[in-house]
Design a binder for this molecule. Structure first.
Ligand code: DAH
Length: 351
């Protein structure tokens, strides 16, 4: 290839490239031009470079130099075009920015309705002089049953009505592929089925007088329906002192109910039986034309005092346990407690 011809071809290429770069109106068309002209595999410059190989050896140094200059010219033209497009697009954006427009409000979450209810119940009982204590969710049979006067033959202890935890030997057997027969579990541990366990823990650790509430999760193998769920929350209360009567219990629960649900709520106490209270009552609240059961209560059974080393001749007390989901449902008119655990944002954001 003749030197003149080669040099002329390069000049033409550089001019055409500079013209197309300067005419391009957006960065994506500029980018396709760049690939077409400067592309490392099959760009126009790359094909022009092939002429260099066919050059007379004497002309090669000059041709090579001119090729490098041309490449530089084209690259500079590309860089200039890119800068032009980038600065115009950012000035356009800047001119659209309106500092007086309202901002986009970030979506801020909030506490779950059950957590909010728990906080409110703690507040109300705090004002009545009750302090808040916590208890473990994994319990032993002494705290869940024995010390609460629930003897071995009581149906509430049925392994099918509780979540017993597998013992280490049962886990080994299951891992070996042996069938672990339900109902034959030998584990002393279970997920607590009631918060009454905390009564025992508090009295074991503290002398009377006692005035506590404890709120938390409890577990029962119930099939979920509108009023049941295998995990739910209870609020447990315990007051131990001298000369405590059922009238004190009824007064505290009435004050609580009207604080939480409003002055006009009707509360009904129905005679009942719990192994750990004597006498025992069921606590109902009016809802529409009917009544809903909120939980149980009663005067602490002397056997419970004996189990924790208190003298039933010296002290008396009352206890109660209410369902937190039911209280919250009653307050907001929720008819299916499964709503609380579906995590449907449309339900939750109403609280
Ligand atoms: N623990 C009972 C239950 O889960 C509720 C209950 C009844 C709690 C009577 C009490 C009580 O403290 O005195 O069904």
């Amino acid at each position: 290839m003749a030197l003149d011809e080669f040099l002329a071809e390069l000049d033409q290429l550089a001019e055409a490239a500079a013209a197309s770069f300067s005419q391009s109106s957006d960065t994506s068309s500029l980018e396709s031009l760049r690939v077409q002209i400067l592309g490392a595999k099959s760009g126009q410059l790359k094909s022009a470079q092939k002429g260099l190989g066919q050059m007379d050896p004497a002309d090669k140094p000059l041709a090579g130099k001119h090729f490098n200059q041309t490449k530089k010219r084209i690259e500079e033209a590309y860089a200039a075009a890119l800068e032009r497009l980038e600065t115009t697009s950012s000035t356009q954006e800047a001119s659209c920015f309106d500092a007086t427009e309202p901002g986009c409000r970030p979506r801020i979450g909030h506490l779950h309705p059950i957590t909010q209810t728990i906080q409110e119940l703690k507040d109300i009982f705090g004002r009545l002089g009750f302090s808040v204590v916590e208890g473990p969710e994994i319990e032993d049979e002494r705290h869940n049953f024995d010390a609460l006067n629930i003897d071995r033959s009581h149906p509430a202890r049925d392994p099918l009505d509780n979540f017993y935890l597998a013992s280490p030997s049962e886990l080994v057997a299951a891992a070996d592929g042996d069938d672990v027969i339900e109902g034959s579990l030998e584990s002393p541990w279970l997920l607590r089925s009631q918060t009454s366990t905390v009564q025992i823990r508090v009295m074991e650790e503290n002398p009377p007088p006692i005035r506590i509430v404890s709120l938390g999760r409890v577990y029962r193998p119930d099939t979920a329906d509108a009023t049941h769920y295998p995990m739910f929350h209870q609020i447990e209360g315990l007051l131990v002192d001298t000369d405590v009567t059922l009238a004190d219990l009824k007064t505290v629960l009435r004050i609580f109910c009207s604080s939480y649900l409003g002055e006009d709520v009707h509360v009904r106490f129905r005679p009942s039986f719990f192994p750990f209270t004597e006498p025992s009552v069921e606590v109902d609240m009016q809802w529409g034309d009917g009544w809903v059961e909120m939980g149980g209560a009663g005067m602490v059974d002397p056997n419970v005092f004996r189990a924790v080393g208190y003298d039933p001749e010296q002290v008396t007390g009352f206890a109660f346990g209410l369902g937190v989901e039911r209280l919250c449902a009653r307050r907001f008119g929720i008819t299916d407690i499964r709503e609380f655990f579906k995590n449907d944002i449309r339900f939750l954001k109403q609280f």
